[in-house]
Design a protein around this ligand. Structure first.
Ligand code: ADP
Length: 808
């Protein structure tokens, strides 16, 4: 880029119908994805600057270079506020006009090289001419204010303070109701005096137009008193149009009145609506207030209020439906059926604790909830709570806010069209709170049967009965759900699938569905077992089956395309492993990720992440030094403590390991967890860290086909951990032969699928000494722990002088 400070590379925000001037602050509502991305990019810049520029045609949806004027305004971006409907609200403040030199990028947002046109340092020399131009401008502006009545008089006072002609012109221009073309012309005129002169001309013209319009409006209205059929005097087009508009409005009001009358409503809502309706009828139909009242009435009318669908609560049938829609998942299905049975006995749905399906993505949480809705014959709506930070997103904004809307619950009810749907509150663990209030408190109220028969959304401002809604929640991570909320939830855990499960789900559910979705139902398409295995191992890496479904879909799309292109009436399609690779290209994931050879200082740990269980490599390197410890790879505090505990244990075993007493003061230790982007925490890597550490110190290699999980105490005791099932499944997937796990977790073993148990040796351990015996290659060492005599790689000088014989 150029070194010229007046040339900048900036994100670009195209605006419909708005020209922003320097010194002008405008609130904007932004919905287009690229625009939101541009705002976010700008917000991350040190100066928070962005180029805002008007579109030539406001209706262009995805503007490219020629659709925008070439002069815009460099503006600073204020706090970005996400609204419940997905748009964002932001305040931008104009700084300096700038010309677009060239567009640099299109995605993920537009960016351009721009040149600043305003010369900040240029001072217009004072003169009598300049002063009289100022006076003229202020008078013209004042005259405009009188006729327009749309600008508050305070503006006049602030304009009186401004001396600099360019700023004076910009400030006035921002307040006059010019058309886009005129505003753009003023923005393009960089020389301050020229701009102010042109502004005076334009303001005068605008005032005259306004005055003429108001004269027309004040004339007596034709047709008032008399009914239609009367022809208005010929030649008066404006009057004609106005009369037509008034008529239309009247019809609309009548229609609205009928709707209110016909709608089934609770008394409170009816009274309120009637009041609002009365207010609307007395308003000027073109006013902004009328629009606000109208939107409110439409919202209230669009809600289902007293309309409920009829339940068919039959547990046997429900069981059939859950089975038909899902492979496996026996335990969760069982728990759901028990839940429904209790509801059936009580004769009502919706009371009692709220189900919470917990598990990694793509394991069937949403789809189970949908089946529940189907089983009891209710509407289903999903509402995502991920990223919700603001209480108002749940409960709406009060109507006094500009652009206020109801919150997510009310939106969901509108979509459902009944007041007793199944509402899936997705990702309750992904809510966060900030200064705008705690959304989980609002959610608690929604879920509380003591309170939710009179839920109040701030916008709707009427009691709404949510007690008939069946809420089901989901979460990826149990620990991240606010505890007050957990208290109300009945947790049902869904673990990851084994490869075997995935193949079955793929064959029975995903393949048939994708074949239909891609219009191939009349073509003979068959996936072989190897094809599915290849898709699972080479193209996906997940606990659930979401990406598997996507990849199967991708294959089906390619088949569909080729099928259409094929000249002869193409035979059937047999998809095998080779065909998958031909259609999808190179495999995304190497077969498995465990180490292929034994290495020193590298251990296979096991972790549970948001996508299920995973192998977690632990690497330890040592160099001669002074006992410093470095930890890298995005670790949490607990992980750091694990490293310290591991070190304490190793020190307590220094003698048996053949390490000199002060060995730890002679080395610098570096513990690293590769794949640094994934944050890791929790104590369960304790024994893996210990093993890597001992391996590095003793130079004994770690067996590459062993993986382990377990917390370690200072004395080397192995404590229990969570997620054994997911971890063992992940180890199996990675081709591990043996898993060391805490003895206290033995009771969890039965949850592990049989085929995995058959393929992996599971070894319960109580103490780190056992771990080392199992995990290290001791063939080179004569004794346990180690007899360093004859084992001479003491390059760090940390081994102990030992007598010739060492007791075992
Ligand atoms: P989640 O809500 O847990 O992220 P979804 O319910 O969206 O996952 O599941 C992703 C896809 O996988 C859906 O199309 C779902 O039908 C399918 N699926 C997941 N588990 C199973 C299963 N056990 N049997 C059949 N299909 C399944």
């Amino acid at each position: 880029m150029s070194a010229d400070p007046r040339i900048l590379l900036l994100p670009v925000l195209p605006l419909r119908d708005v020209v922003v001037f320097p010194h002008m602050a405008v609130p904007l509502f932004v919905g287009r994805e690229r625009s939101v991305a541009a705002l976010e990019a700008a917000f991350d810049r040190p100066a928070k600057d962005i180029l805002v520029v008007a579109q030539v045609n406001a209706r262009t949806n995805d503007p490219a270079a020629p659709d925008m004027f070439d002069v815009g305004c460099v503006a600073t971006v204020g706090q970005i506020l996400r609204l419940p409907d997905g748009t964002v609200k932001v305040l931008v403040e104009g700084r300096r006009r700038a010309k677009i030199l060239r567009f640099v990028d299109q995605s993920p947002y537009l960016s351009a090289e721009v040149q600043i046109l305003d010369a900040a340092e240029e001072v217009v020399p004072e003169s009598d001419d300049l002063e009289s131009l100022r006076v003229e401008a202020r008078q013209a502006f004042e005259a405009y204010l009188k006729v327009s009545r749309r600008v508050p008089q305070e503006v006049l006072a602030s304009v009186a303070q401004i001396e600099e002609p360019g700023q004076l012109a910009d400030t006035m221009a921002a307040h006059v109701g010019f058309k886009i073309a005129e505003r753009q012309e003023l923005l393009t005129l960089a020389p301050p005096v020229t701009r102010l002169k042109r502004l005076v001309e334009l303001i005068r013209a605008e005032s005259e137009t306004l005055a003429a319009e108001s004269r027309i409006r004040k004339r007596p209205q034709p047709g008032t008193g008399a009914r239609s059929g009367q022809t208005p005097p010929p030649g008066d087009a404006a009057q004609n149009a106005e009369a037509a508009e008034a008529d239309e409005f009247k019809n609309e009001l009548e229609e609205l009145g009928r709707q209110i009358e016909d709608k089934e409503l609770p008394d409170e809502a009816r009274q309120k609506l009637e009041r609002e309706f009365k207010k609307l009828r007395s308003m000027n139909p073109m006013s902004a207030e009328a629009g606000v009242v109208r939107t409110y009435i439409d919202w209230v009318l669009s809600l289902p209020w007293l309309h409920n669908s009829e339940d068919k609560l039959n547990v046997t049938e429900a069981s059939d439906i859950l089975d038909a829609d899902h492979y496996g998942l026996d335990k969760p299905k069982q728990r759901i059926l028990e839940y429904l049975a209790v509801q059936q006995l009580r004769g009502e749905v919706g009371r009692g604790p709220v189900l919470c399906l917990v598990g990694p993505p793509g394991v069937g949480k949403t789809s189970l909830a949908k089946s529940v809705a189907r089983a009891i014959g209710r509407e289903f709506v999903r509402l995502s709570l991920g990223g919700v930070r603001d209480e108002a997103e749940i409960r709406g904004h009060r109507r006094t806010y500009v652009g206020a809307l109801p919150g997510k619950i009310i939106h969901a009810l509108k979509r459902a069209g009944t007041s007793n749907p199944v509402i899936l509150l997705d990702e309750v663990d992904k809510m966060s709170m900030d200064f705008r209030g705690d959304p989980s408190a609002a959610l608690l109220e929604v879920l509380d049967p003591e309170q939710n028969d009179s839920f109040v959304d701030h916008y709707i401002d009427l009691d709404y009965d949510l007690s008939k809604v069946l809420f089901i929640t989901t979460a990826n991570n149990l620990g991240a759900i606010p505890w007050a909320l957990q208290d109300r939830l009945e947790i049902i855990e869904l673990g990851g699938y084994t490869e075997q499960d995935k193949r079955q789900i793929g064959r029975k559910y995903l393949v048939p569905r994708q074949i239909t979705e891609n219009g191939l139902q009349d073509v003979d398409v068959q996936f072989s077992d190897e094809a599915l295995a290849t898709l699972i191992q080479g193209y996906t890496r997940e606990a659930g089956v979401r990406n598997l479904e996507r990849q199967i879909g991708a294959v089906c799309r390619k088949v569909a395309t080729e099928h259409l292109k094929a000249k002869e009436d193409k035979r059937s399609w047999r998809i095998d492993a080779a065909e998958v690779k031909r259609l999808l290209g190179v495999e995304r994931f190497r077969n498995q990720d465990s180490e292929k050879t034994d290495r020193i200082g590298v251990t296979n740990g096991l972790a549970v992440t948001s996508v299920g269980g995973d192998l977690l490599l632990v690497e330890v390197a040592l160099v001669p030094g002074k006992g410093r410890m470095t930890l890298t790879g995005k670790l949490g505090d607990v992980m750091k403590e694990s490293v310290e505990a591991a070190m304490s244990y190793v020190r307590s075993r220094a003698h048996q390991l053949g390490l000199g007493k002060e060995f730890y003061q002679k080395v610098d230790l570096h513990v690293h967890f590769p794949e640094g982007a994934i944050p890791k925490d929790g104590p369960s890597a304790g024994i893996a860290i210990t093993t890597a550490l001992v391996s590095a110190l003793t130079q004994l290699p770690v067996r590459h086909d062993v993986a382990m999980t377990g917390e370690i105490t200072l004395r080397g005791r192995v404590l229990p951990i969570g997620g054994l099932k997911e971890k063992v499944i992940a180890a199996h997937r990675a081709g591990i032969k043996r898993v060391l796990f805490p003895k206290e977790n033995e009771r969890d073993v039965e949850e592990i699928p049989q085929d995995v148990r058959d393929a992996i040796e599971l070894i319960p351990v109580e103490h780190a000494d056992q771990v080392l015996r199992q995990a290290l290659r001791l063939e080179n060492a004569n004794a346990f722990l180690i007899e360093p005599a004859g084992y001479t790689r003491d390059y760090l000088g940390i081994f102990e002088e030992v007598p010739d014989t060492v007791a075992h």
